[in-house]
Design a protein around this ligand. Structure first.
Ligand code: MG
Length: 218
């Protein structure tokens, strides 16, 4: 089975766009039309080491997914040049798109500091906002805990329902077995029909791995 993909937004997670704005007292829209400006962005703190760490885990396939300024061809070239300079290992993993919702599938991840833009909300996998204090050490910690892809043939899928607490030992099984596609359909149905309840879709092999969960109530 293929490795799970991580799509990394360029400006924000990898390149310190906001830092450049502040340092030069420029607006984002000004930078986007300045030839060569993208080349001068500093890498985001921890990004170079972070990308090495993610690659080193051996369970992810890393891609860069960047939305280019509209109608500015040199901005695309500058962004690619910046990647070749700072992340040469990803030179064959560059996607320039206005619609990040087209990328990946439910097993994949998208890390983006503007999750409300570029149709990120339609991304089929897990959208990880790189904002509100999220930084590279936290991101690495998150992916270290993310489940490795496992063989579907070996798996048993369960949907667990909270009965008063989100602690795993307090959950009861409401679905057991089948294939992942059916488990996901069943999970989606339960979540839609019970918006006030907490469910987890887990896959059992040697140990339980969480595939999806309804957000915890604040
Ligand atoms: Mg961004």
């Amino acid at each position: 089975m293929s490795r799970r993909r991580i799509f990394l937004d360029q400006d924000g997670p990898l390149a310190n766009f906001d830092g450049y704005m502040k340092k030069h007292n420029l607006k984002g829209d000004q930078i986007k039309v300045m030839e060569g400006a993208y080349l001068n962005l500093e890498p985001t703190v921890g990004a170079i080491e972070g990308v090495k760490s993610l690659n080193g885990m051996g369970k992810f396939d890393l891609w860069i997914a960047t939305k280019p300024p509209v109608g500015i061809p040199f901005a695309c070239a500058d962004k690619v040049s910046w990647i070749l300079k700072h992340f040469p290992d990803l030179k064959r993993k560059i996607i320039i798109t206005h619609d990040k919702g087209l990328l990946g599938d439910y097993r994949d991840f998208l890390v983006d500091d503007r999750p409300h833009k570029a149709n990120c909300e339609s991304f089929a996998g897990t959208l990880i906002p790189f904002k509100d204090g999220m930084d590279w050490p936290q991101l690495i910690d998150y992916f270290r805990k993310a489940p490795r892809e496992i063989s579907i043939r070996k798996a048993t899928y369960k949907i667990l329902q909270s009965v008063g607490s989100v602690q795993r030992q307090w959950l009861e099984t409401v679905y057991d077995g089948g294939e992942e596609r059916l488990a996901r359909l069943e999970y989606d149905r339960l979540v839609a029909e019970n918006p006030d309840k907490y469910f987890e879709l887990v896959v059992k092999e040697h140990r339980e791995e969480c595939l999806a969960f309804t957000p915890k109530k604040p």
